[in-house]
Design a protein around this ligand. Sequence first.
Ligand code: SAM
Length: 247
Amino acid sequence: MAVDRRAIIGTLKQYVPIGVKRRVRRALPERYRRLWDPDWHRGTVRGTKAFWDELGKLQLDYLVEQGLQPEHYLLDVGCGPLRAGVHFIGYLEPGHYAGIDKRGDTLERARQVELPRYGVEDKAPNLLVNGAFEFTKLGQTFDYAIAQSVFTHLPANTIVRCLVEMAKVLNPGGRFYATIYENPQGKTYLGEIQQSERVVSYPDCDKYHYDLDTLRCACEGTGLTMSYGGDWGHPDNQKMVVFRRDA
Ligand SMILES: C[S@@+](CC[C@H](N)C(=O)[O-])C[C@H]1O[C@@H](n2cnc3c(N)ncnc32)[C@H](O)[C@@H]1O
């Protein structure tokens, strides 16, 4: 007989005090969250429901301001559970959105749950599970790309890998927007930085911060040129940098 684990956990939950529930949640590895939470994939990006909606829409609004049109092709690097993807997919013509993420479980769940939830399952997004930024495997080239809250988790050499691969799939003049925690004090500053009430960043561990010269250096020789986009309304003070593919 099939056991409905979620129903059992739901029943038991009523009898457990909230403080105990919180401690159990914090202690359990993230992969067990799916036992009681049908939207566990959303938990792979931090925050409340409002934060989910805010950060998803913010990315679309920002890129539209930067010139994104429905006929453009967009690559969403580290697209996660499609928090922004669902908005981009809704806006772009069918087949013009591609998303890549190293987590197959999150991406598959987002495909099953978020695409129908936002009514965009017929718009043929090109979704790929890949952790090495092998964008050529998508079989498309792009006018725009975005990596929101991705470089903030990556060491510098992994960013270099991403930029080298990005140069292969960006159309001439195409732009790759990446968010970072900025270190305005330059690379000789090795301390932590309080980025917002909730976030502290570090020079050499997650969440990483970068000074602009280090990022300029990371894209040197790749065919991309970096400029600073600065503040774009991110609630935790992530700044925007833009890598443009030379024409
Ligand atoms: C904080 S989430 C941001 C998700 C999404 N960009 C958004 O704004 O909702 C970071 C995402 O980057 C993905 N990621 C981290 N390293 C990656 C890599 N090397 N290749 C592909 N995805 C990666 C993680 O799996 C995660 O989904």
